[in-house]
Write a new protein. Structure first.
Length: 241
């Protein structure tokens, strides 16, 4: 993970996400629905549901939307069936791309993902073609502004909480954890009084690929087209933007 900064990517795309907030709410609702349907409606005993509720809060999703998705999952005779499918492919300059989807129509999603790749400078890949280049990790960001804590103190807190690694910049402490104990680390840091700017389980590239300037706009367009699809929940890539 050395040299990798997810924070810059998060900040750089925040405004674009704000413009698509309604669609984001719709996608998170599906994730909450799936988590509640498979593990029950109580976030205290359903870690996946708690992660999705935290994701909803991070995106300022109204509580009514969250409760509606949970209720829909637990009401007898109601709701849809979704398949979780991950697509793999390549962007410009061989950039590796993972696309996580929740779909109630596999034929539609298969077609849409292939079209998005083929019409925007990419190409679909076979299962396993790029997934090995990513690690599933917990990621936590704590902004340094107004925080009277030095790097050594923060690192001690992270290690005591069970975190694996920390990277520091002038703006933020970036903390990485094993996906399995992410919630434990997150809770421990919150209990210690830290305010978390971002906390999520994500896919992080093992190595980043440098992208020529003339290919960046093309990759951004491909990612945008993929994210615009109603069935796509998350898109990950290994380009150094």
């Amino acid at each position: 993970m050395a040299g990798h900064s997810k924070w810059n990517n998060i900040q750089g795309r925040k405004n674009a996400q704000d413009a698509k907030r309604g669609k984001i709410f719709q996608k998170i609702s599906k994730e909450i629905y799936m988590a509640a349907k498979s593990g029950g409606p109580d976030p205290n005993s359903n870690p996946q549901l708690r992660l999705m509720i935290d994701k909803a809060k991070a995106n300022n999703m109204p509580n009514d939307n969250v409760n509606r998705a949970i209720k829909k999952a637990t009401d007898a005779g109601q709701g849809e069936n979704y398949d979780e499918v991950t697509y793999e492919g390549y962007g410009p300059n061989g950039v590796a791309i993972l696309v996580h989807t929740l779909t109630d129509n596999l034929n539609r999603t298969n077609t849409n993902i292939k079209v998005a790749f083929n019409k925007n400078g990419g190409s679909p890949g076979e299962k396993g073609s790029v997934s090995y280049m990513f690690d599933r990790k917990g990621y936590i960001a704590i902004e340094r502004e107004g925080l009277n804590v030095d790097e050594d103190t923060m690192l001690m807190s992270v290690l005591e909480a069970g975190g694996d690694e920390m990277e520091t910049s002038d703006e933020v402490f970036e903390i990485y954890t094993d996906a399995a104990n992410f919630a434990e680390v997150r809770d421990a840091l919150e209990e210690e009084g830290y305010t978390l700017a971002t906390a999520e389980v994500t896919m992080l590239p093992q190595v980043e690929v440098e992208l020529p300037e003339d290919k960046k706009a093309q990759l951004e367009q491909l990612i945008e087209k993929l994210e615009d699809d109603d069935d796509v929940n998350e898109v990950f890539h290994n380009a150094a933007m």
